[in-house]
Design a protein around this ligand. Sequence first.
Ligand SMILES: C[S@@+](CC[C@H](N)C(=O)[O-])C[C@H]1O[C@@H](n2cnc3c(N)ncnc32)[C@H](O)[C@@H]1O
Length: 450
Amino acid sequence: MDKLHQRIESIIAYVEPLKPLINSHMVSYITDDLWNKYVPEDMRDEYESHSSTEVFDLFFNEDCSRINRTLQKFIKEASSMTVYGNDPEVTYKVKDFKKHLVSLGCSTSNSLNFDKFMRPKKTHEVEAMSDIVGVISEFAGVSHIVDVGDGKGYLSSVLALENKLSVLGIDASPTNTAGAAKRVEKMKKHWKGVRRKMDNVDDEKLDTDNVVYQQHTQMVNDDTDLAAIAEQYFPEASILGIVGLHTCGSLSPTCLKHFVRNPGLKFIVNVGCCYHLIENSDFPLSDFLSRVSYTLSRNARMLSLQPMDRIVQSEKVQSDPLMYRAVFEHMMDNVFNLKGTTKPDVGRISSKCSNFVQYARKACSRLNLPLSMTDEEIRTYYEELRCHESKLQFYFLLRLIVAPVIENLILLDRQLYLLENGFPHSYMVELFDSVISPRNYGIISIKLDT
Ligand SMILES: C[S@@+](CC[C@H](N)C(=O)[O-])C[C@H]1O[C@@H](n2cnc3c(N)ncnc32)[C@H](O)[C@@H]1O
């Protein structure tokens, strides 16, 4: 636990002076003059001396990086704060985690590809997660699983069909529950044909008659009696595994709390998402951070969701949506005199607009703002603020660099919570490729001694 404490402490110390940057919002980049407020002066100077260079290159092109010392120091420091790869006792890559499981006495398997049944991103997630859940179930002697927030049942159905686990999916949405029930019946029809073409096939794998995947519609919270619900469906099961793939907001902390409180839950494999939706009472979870009343603002938690590796791989910043929104904020302040008021939510409309004129008109109509400008006037308004675009990209990338550190802090807090509660076999595992699936860390814990 000491190593985890140290890592958390160093992240907190690192993040503290960056709080103004991570607490800010791209929406008010222009109106609040965030460039001059929060970008360090030496970094601004460096930027000015390369203003003709593409902003992305300033961050990620090696030739530029040699020149921009302050920026490179910033990037290096951020990356030293994240726990990519193996940092024993803190985090594992999935391959090494499987080796660790073998060292505990567990036998591993080869994962399979289920791309005939779902989109590539989901295939990747389900492949990795069902593999780990299958291996741990066998190791822990668990044959029954509760999949909380099972959605349309992508993971649950593979756990039932391939791993031959009896699965209960619990989801708050009746539409999802009904969809999952239909989907698994459809999958069963095609299973034999598809599965036969894969590795490691035997008669038991092809069987669909004894597949158990049941669905239950219910909102799960800290007070939900999961054991009682499971008993309705699986009266024969005294122990269960609890899993969750992209359990949004507070649903991950809720699952972890159930795992801690309920001795019948033998293991947990949980991948969270939507950290901005976490209730204040669910971060931090650990005593270590609670004792110092540590908090992260909603904006900081929103930032932690940015898919950094995907953006780096794409080699560009999609700045139109950011610019449209920042310029519209300027319009709300200066055309509609809304400065200082709580602004209504514009929503995600940029993908439906091919230029700022369309954006401004759509946003005004959503917010019932009477826009009396002509298209030409709106265009000119935008063009006059266009000078901010490359600095806005810089600001976006500067914040992006810190995003993984914040996500790490949220996840390390979850891992620490499990360790503090007496479960030494608690891990943070990089389950997915972050370019394919940006929320790629699983919190995994196994009760080996109970
Ligand atoms: C991001 S989706 C993930 C679905 C599925 N696990 C997957 O990976 O395809 C989250 C799911 O959790 C469900 N959900 C969210 N909050 C919930 C809660 N408190 N109790 C039960 N289900 C919840 C939603 O209805 C949704 O189906």
